[in-house]
Design a protein around this ligand. Sequence first.
Ligand code: WAQ
Ligand code: MG
Length: 266
Amino acid sequence: MTTEWFSLRMRAVRRNRHLSGAERLGRAHDVPSLTAALLQRAMTHGGGPPDQVHCTVERLDPAEICHAELPAVTAWEVADWPTGRLLAGRLLEQAGVSAAAVSRSLARLAAGPAPAGGPMRGAMIVDSQNGRRLEADPQRGVRVSRMDVAPEERPAIERCLNKAGLGHHRVLEAMVLAGKVLDAPAVVAELCWSDEPDYLTGYVAAPECGYQRITPLKAAGDPNGGRVFFVDGRTWCRKEFVAFLEQRPLLLHGTPEIHPPKTWKA
Ligand code: WAQ
Ligand code: MG
């Protein structure tokens, strides 16, 4: 059997704005079907139809592939999105992000983090102490790619998430992305909520506490969202950080630990 590995990336654009994107890793014989699934997603996006869809397939050096565990999952239910953001702030502070960096970052995501407002293609990078933005291009941000679950483990992982009521494709995709981010050098925590107006769950992830989903983290109909990668500015190096997130292939393993859901009141 061939063991050639490929990275697949899709991004769709409408009216010069980022519409949707996705990234997968697969073996040679799976590339056509994986590509078809990515194109299907681009063509049926709720905000579409797209003006352009870019699909990139690149062969990987198998010696470069790294491995990590999927993060453990905790799901928090809160009464409303302001409470959700309060909880997100608490979790971020527990992970080592300063109160000032938390409030500046929540405000940026809420306003739409791109320079002209609206969503970015990638994530903001923020100094966990002073809250300053560190990404070289604030329109694009840093785009994490070249990561996926190990294909032979995918059926068991999907069964496990389905059983816990977490079968929506966004959940596993976000866990995979967070799993790679938590493995990056100098990372302190991640904050995310979708730019999809009707997807209200977001999360905080950190090395110590894993993937903490919060429902809701935004109001229904709100088109703003994005991601923030908080880093330790004393040890952070842009070149190393961006190369890891954008270039280094990473496979995630293990059926994730899923803790019982929790409720939280301010
Ligand atoms: N790398 C960096 N940033 C990204 C990437 C990526 N590969 N993909 C998306 N983003 C950024 C970008 O700014 C988007 O606007 C933003 O994140 C949101 O992306 O129920 O669906 O794909 O547990 O809308 C989280 C909760 C869902 C899942 C997140 O994000 C759950 C989601 P979306
Ligand atoms: Mg999206």
